[in-house]
Design a protein around this ligand. Structure first.
Ligand SMILES: Cc1cc2nc3c(=O)[nH]c(=O)nc-3n(C[C@H](O)[C@H](O)[C@H](O)COP(=O)(O)OP(=O)(O)OC[C@H]3O[C@@H](n4cnc5c(N)ncnc54)[C@H](O)[C@@H]3O)c2cc1C
Length: 445
């Protein structure tokens, strides 16, 4: 039976990409009371709206998942890997010019600059400062690039892409997280005129989509009580490791306040303030993009607070840009083994691919709608990891309910600490059991 956009939203399967809005006469994206973008539900969606949804429970067979879509869109590839799909080359490195002002190595901003300067594309659709917060915007002038460097752990949506694309003359490059790029590929499949027009896709590896509550909480943790602006999520500590970064924002007296993320605790592994749908994306590495960029949190690169990207290429154009950057001495890049790349995202593969079946079963048992997922990635996980999964889901749900109730970081911390403690205990047990299993020669994760 076909699902509707309303059902997808009600079952927490909406990631807030906003591509369905392009298939509606009157709907628009709204921020819901949990701090996530969702489409406003009305009767104006046509039958294509669900077809372009990346979490459609009943997709058409030809485009049912990332494997099928990559057969259509990713053709000139050298290698294929079970967990990361098709690819050509694997690198680690940074951009000389943009490293300092970027989140990781600045390669995203470098590529965008290259695409515009070399007139490979005419417009970028990228995330940057928008009004007093962050959102996608159109950029056609290289001089505006500095506005868009840096990762924003803030909910954004692609609503404006298909609203304005037909008024844009020339070609377009887009930066996005994997499920957003899937929605764009679906749109390109059903509307082939966008295949040439959308020339280049950069995937940003994403540990999850955080709602607005995440920023509100961090602002309070940095010492701001009340209004704040210009939040910065990835302030580097050049004298420390890459993982030792800070959050900061201006308070209403124009004082910039900061908090080290290591002091706040593990905001990613716990799933706090995460959008549920991001747990249902088994595409960790942006398999439908021309190029994928992430943080090189592996040795020896993690020791360098200036930051490095891990990079996967999937198209000739992506390899051309990287090679040109190296030749021009603008990119400092070296090849790494695919296993190192996989190691850099090990937690994400465990959570989003290996534990997918257990999450699907759990949601099914609650009579929830579930999205269509690649069968080849579904596997059984041991009981000790199922416990971690269940507790993570609890922490995620509690984090949103508690912030809705208190909007106060001290009260929030006090009320969630026991759930976090339990998660830590389960995680410790899980790790210990894996060590014992390895020693005994039993299959471990
Ligand atoms: C929500 C989120 C979660 C992430 N989780 C991980 C992770 O688990 N593991 C990992 O290795 N890397 C993760 N990253 C990616 C990482 O933080 C860097 O963005 C990436 O390595 C590119 O770094 P850079 O220095 O090349 O980017 P920069 O040169 O600083 O440019 C950043 C680019 O990201 C775009 N951008 C900023 N915010 C968003 C957003 N919310 N959605 C889409 N695009 C955006 C901007 O348009 C810009 O083009 C995450 C990024 C985001 C946005």
């Amino acid at each position: 039976m076909k699902a509707t956009i309303k059902e997808i939203v009600e079952n927490d399967l909406c990631i807030g990409c906003g591509v369905c809005i392009s298939e509606s006469k009157s709907s628009k994206m709204i921020l819901n009371n949990k701090g996530f973008w969702v489409p406003k539900i009305d009767n104006s969606f046509n039958e294509m709206a669900v077809k372009v949804c990346p979490f459609n429970p009943n997709p058409e067979k030809e485009v049912q998942d990332e494997d099928k879509l990559s057969d259509i869109f990713i053709n000139n590839y050298k290698f294929k890997h079970n967990r990361i799909g098709k690819y050509n080359n694997v690198f680690v490195g940074y951009s000389n010019e943009y490293r300092e002002t970027s989140s990781s190595g600045g390669v995203a901003t470098y590529i965008l600059e290259f695409l515009l300067k070399e007139k490979i594309v005419d417009h970028l659709f990228v995330v940057g400062q928008k009004d007093d917060r962050y959102g996608y915007q159109w950029i056609s002038d290289v001089r505006d690039l500095e506005k868009i460097s840096k990762t924003r752990y803030y909910p954004v949506n692609l609503e404006g892409l298909f609203e304005h694309i037909n008024n844009k003359v020339g070609k377009i490059a887009i930066v996005g997280i994997p499920p957003f790029l899937k929605a764009i590929r679906l749109k390109q499949y059903y509307y082939p005129e966008y295949q040439e027009k959308i020339k280049f896709l950069i995937a940003i590896i994403s540990g999850g989509v955080k709602g607005t509550f995440f920023t509100e909480y961090l602002a309070q943790k940095s010492g701001i009580n009340g209004k704040f602006y210009n939040p910065e999520y990835r302030l580097k500590n050049l004298d420390s490791t890459a993982i030792d970064y800070s959050f900061g924002a201006f308070d209403s007296n124009n004082i910039f306040r900061k908090v080290r993320m290591q002091e706040v605790g593990n905001m990613w592994g716990t799933g706090m303030f995460n959008c549920t749908a991001s747990d249902f994306s088994d595409d960790v590495t942006g398999e439908l993009s021309d190029i994928t960029l992430g943080d090189a949190w592996i040795n020896p690169y993690r020791k360098d607070g200036k930051g490095h990207n891990v990079i996967l290429t999937r198209s000739e154009l992506a390899d051309f840009i990287i090679n040109e950057g190296i030749k021009r001495n603008e990119l400092i890049i070296e090849n790494i083994h695919i296993d190192s790349f996989i190691e850099s995202q090990a937690g994400a593969f465990r959570h989003r691919q290996m534990a997918m079946k257990s999450r699907l079963n759990y949601f099914k048992s609650k009579n929830n709608l579930i999205p269509f997922k690649r069968k080849r990635l579904l596997e059984n996980i041991p009981i000790e990891y199922k416990l971690v999964q269940k507790q993570r889901l609890k922490v995620r749900n509690r984090s949103i309910a508690l912030w809705l109730k208190y909007k106060d970081a001290a009260l929030f911390d006090n009320n969630i600490k026991n759930d976090i403690k339990t998660l830590k205990v389960y995680t410790k047990i899980y790790h210990k059991v894996q060590i014992i299993k390895k020693k005994l020669g039993i299959k471990s994760m």
